[in-house]
Design a protein around this ligand. Structure first.
Ligand SMILES: [Fe+2]
Ligand SMILES: [Fe+2]
Length: 284
């Protein structure tokens, strides 16, 4: 059995101290194999915010896998933003922005969707490059045929109620459709992201003779499930309480439960947000 927590959008700099301590206690009580931190560790990429994020990571018993969010690239120091956007990330969090973590029953691959700039005024939106998409197969090299494949990114790939991907809203990552097609091809089971500060799940697939990725309908050749995590700590909750996702993998079944902060304690939703059963991930 592998148990993983996905915490997102911690936004150190706007966190509640008591919630932070309760989150650390909860994650350590769970005896997790891995804690995924899906971006926006800070509010404005300040060193003191990164230092608090580092202290949080150091207080956890489990190893962590973190990818940057748009808030983790300095908005104030423009020369640094362009010349060394991940300097503070590397100093405080990790020497990589695209980590991987493999166990006997799961392969977790991180993708960086944060960008130092884009050809529009709002630089908060995410993007995946063609190189990242084409490199996916290599990222999963060494993963056994029966393991669940999980992608971690900061920006969302699909909306909650998406019917098709032709009308991509701006918060959705650039090249989402190409990425989703690659996820299907690589038999990815679960995509975990954040950024919206909202919890939801959505699924998509490609139909057997249909190269285009479409939302759930018909008989899938392979289904990929997307889960969005709310913010685990920030007071910027956008009308949802603080929450994180708990991913349990046991005997060919993956279940995600949302754990919600109820002002004094964390409570795990007994109803799973999603479950994924074999043979969805079976490689033909
Ligand atoms: Fe955020
Ligand atoms: Fe974000």
């Amino acid at each position: 059995m592998t148990t993983i927590a996905q915490v997102s959008d911690l936004h150190f700099g706007s966190e509640e101290r008591s919630t932070t301590e309760a989150l650390i206690d909860e994650l350590n009580r769970e005896r997790l194999d891995l804690v995924i931190v899906s971006g926006d560790l800070t509010l404005a990429a300040r060193d003191e915010e990164f230092a608090r994020a580092r202290a949080f990571i150091d207080a956890l018993d489990a190893p962590t896998l973190s990818v940057p969010g748009n808030h983790d690239i300095t908005p104030w120091n423009i020369p640094e933003r362009f010349a060394a956007p991940y300097r503070r990330w590397h100093r405080h969090v990790s020497d990589t922005i695209e980590p991987s973590w493999f166990s006997d029953d799961v392969a977790v691959v991180g993708l960086n969707t944060a960008r130092r700039m884009r050809l529009r005024l709002d630089w908060s939106h995410g993007s995946l490059s063609r190189r990242q998409i084409e490199g996916l197969a290599q990222r999963f090299d060494g993963a056994g045929p029966d393991v669940f494949r999980i992608i971690v990114a900061h920006h969302p790939f699909i909306e909650e109620e998406a019917q098709d991907l032709s009308n991509r809203p701006r918060a959705i990552v650039k090249r989402a459709e190409k990425a989703l097609a690659a996820f299907v091809e690589q038999r990815v089971d679960l995509v975990t992201a954040g950024h919206l500060h909202r919890t939801y799940a959505a699924a998509f697939h490609t139909a057997p003779d249909e190269p285009t990725v479409i939302a759930e309908a018909g008989t899938p050749a392979h289904r990929v499930t997307v889960i969005q995590a709310g913010t685990a700590l920030s007071s910027r909750t956008r009308e949802e309480p603080n929450a994180f996702n708990r991913i349990e993998i046991e005997q060919g079944r993956l279940a995600v439960h949302t754990v919600t902060w109820l002002d004094t304690r964390w409570e795990r939703d007994p109803e799973p947000l999603v479950t994924i059963e074999r043979p969805s991930a079976a490689v033909p």
